[in-house]
Design a protein around this ligand. Structure first.
Ligand SMILES: C[S@@+](CC[C@H](N)C(=O)[O-])C[C@H]1O[C@@H](n2cnc3c(N)ncnc32)[C@H](O)[C@@H]1O
Length: 230
């Protein structure tokens, strides 16, 4: 299958790329998906108090000159901070399946040097090995097939590039997805391993969230799957 790739070299432009025939945000009926009409919740001050995006991104190794991809960027909660950390020589791309969310991000004044584009569930318009750090912030539990999302994330990451996953802790709460739809670190670890990642760091973020980073290990570093015990 031929893919149209975004150029990471010419990025002062900011645009929302719509794929012809793609499901539009307002038509999504998948109950796992975040409702685009509730987008205001994502940029509430309370959320910034609970999750300090800059601190988390630094913890994940984001720094100047890197190419950072925010998969499921929503209204830019992580993308904005990432763009502020990578400097003029870095690049930030925000992708999402929901056109409505991307339009909201674009309308709210997004940072320069950020490219926003619509993507498919597990097909991103980026070249293989072109990204240093990929962010999956509250996205994996929404995916129809989390395994294929992680495989696609690994494809676009350079060898030894990192993925930062931020997710809801698997517990019942009045907010957020139901516990049954959440993915615990124990749920995510085998998915990462099968996709070719090695777990790097894991931390709790209060009672409600956790974050982990995993490294795209070269193939020759991967022990046989049966020999890996988490
Ligand atoms: C709960 S929102 C989180 C947005 C943002 N990361 C944040 O933390 O504020 C999840 C976003 O991921 C998008 N999404 C879900 N599955 C996706 C996938 N497989 N690939 C790309 N985006 C996805 C949804 O459309 C939605 O905009």
């Amino acid at each position: 299958m031929r893919r149209a790739f975004l150029s990471l070299r010419f990025l002062p432009c900011i645009k929302v790329v719509e794929k012809v025939g793609h499901v539009r945000g307002s038509m999504i009926r998948d109950s796992r998906k975040f409702d685009p009409s509730a987008v205001d919740v994502l940029n509430k001050p309370r959320r910034h108090r609970e999750i300090d995006p800059s601190e988390l991104l630094r913890w994940a190794g984001i720094r100047e000159k890197l190419v950072v991809l925010d998969v499921g960027c929503g209204a830019g909660f992580f993308t904005r901070d990432a763009a502020g950390m990578i400097g003029p020589e870095g690049r930030t791309v925000g992708l999402g399946t929901s056109r409505g969310m991307l339009q909201r991000f674009a309308a709210e004044g997004r940072p320069s040097r950020v490219l926003i584009a619509q993507c498919e569930e597990d097909a991103y318009p980026l070249q293989t090995g072109s990204v240093d750090v990929a962010i999956l912030g509250f996205v994996l539990h929404e995916a129809q097939d989390p395994q294929s999302v992680l495989r696609e994330v690994r494809r676009i990451l350079r060898t030894e590039g990192k993925v930062l996953i931020v997710e809801w802790a698997k517990r019942n709460e009045q907010r957020g997805p139901q516990a049954a739809s959440r993915l615990s670190p124990e749920d995510v670890r085998p998915l990462l391993r099968r996709a070719g990642f090695m777990l790097d760091q894991l931390r709790q973020l209060g009672e409600s969230y956790y974050a982990l980073t995993a490294v795209n290990v070269p193939v020759y570093c991967c022990p046989p799957a049966r020999a890996v015990h988490f």
